[in-house]
Design a binder for this molecule. Structure first.
Ligand SMILES: Nc1ncnc2c1ncn2[C@@H]1O[C@H](COP(=O)(O)OP(=O)(O)OP(=O)(O)O)[C@@H](O)[C@H]1O
Ligand SMILES: [Mg+2]
Length: 251
């Protein structure tokens, strides 16, 4: 469904992504895992056409995002690192505003706005001004704007950052409920987050792919590379693969 091929991206002289390739299958939740500065946000900005790579290609199904960015944007909902809300707007007005900007009108607009209000559990703050709602609710409003046009693909940049444990569970449930219907990539540097939500994991570090697969596949890979015996926790796997990568480049 999503094919990322040899992405390279520079900020000035600094290479933030180096030949990064990975795949996401239809209906899958993929956890993009990596330490701070690994390149997660940069990769997501390219996937959502906000940045243009120096080299490489991304395909959403058969749509090349470089050749056809508008088509790519239609297929995709994006929750950026900083939720793009207008603090002075009311939640209901904001969600309707985004729906209209996404080209929805009439009955379809009303139905989709109603759907995200329910799905993202926005009822209690529906008529509140955005500047007055909690961080957890802001994140839900961010998800609502990403979902309102019913995209096939969701790209979520650290969707649970800064939330309390109850809010984290709420957002996780919401994302898991969307599984199978949508193809989802979320980024995180929190290991438990990928364990709780991801079907498959892509680990990146310093702009490079370290490994990709299910947790089981990554464990097998880490055991092979280090000569250790399983079972390994995801933390052990992560550290082992990063160490191997530091020694021998991409594994
Ligand atoms: N606009 C920019 N100009 C210059 N360097 C940048 C810019 N944005 C990111 N970088 C650098 O590129 C690298 C990758 O950054 P990126 O934000 O993609 O990482 P990340 O994995 O999302 O990190 P985090 O977990 O902190 O969100 C970092 O070293 C960062 O400092
Ligand atoms: Mg980031």
């Amino acid at each position: 469904m999503i094919t990322v091929e040899k992405l390279t991206m520079y900020y000035g002289q600094y290479a933030a992504l180096k030949d990064l390739s990975f795949e996401v299958r239809k209906g899958e939740i993929l956890g993009l895992l990596g330490p701070n500065g690994a390149g997660k946000t940069t990769a997501m900005r390219i996937l959502t056409t906000y940045l243009y790579p120096a080299a490489g290609q991304v395909r959403l199904g058969d749509v090349s995002i470089l050749a056809n960015p508008l088509e790519a944007r239609k297929k995709t909902g994006y929750l950026p690192e900083n939720v793009p809300v207008y603090p002075d707007m009311r939640v209901d007005d904001y969600v309707r505003f985004v729906a209209k900007a996404r080209g929805l009108t009439g009955k379809q607009l009303t139905e989709r706005v109603e759907w995200v209000r329910e799905a993202c559990q926005l009822k209690p703050i529906w008529k509140h001004q955005i500047s007055e709602i909690s961080k957890g609710y802001k994140q839900r409003v961010g998800l609502a704007q990403a979902l309102v046009h019913d995209p096939e693909i969701l790209i979520l940049d650290e969707p649970t950052t800064g939330l309390d444990p109850l809010q984290i569970l709420g957002i996780r449930d919401l994302i898991k409920n969307l599984a199978h219907e949508k193809t989802i990539i979320f980024s995180t540097h929190i290991l438990q987050e990928v364990q709780a939500m991801a079907d498959r994991i892509v680990i990146i570090n310093e702009g490079r792919l370290v490994a990709q697969g299910t947790q089981q596949e990554l464990e097998t890979h880490a055991c092979e590379k280090t000569g250790r015996q399983g079972p390994l926790s995801l933390e052990d796997i992560f550290i082992a693969l990063l160490r191997v990568e530091a020694h021998e480049g991409q594994v």
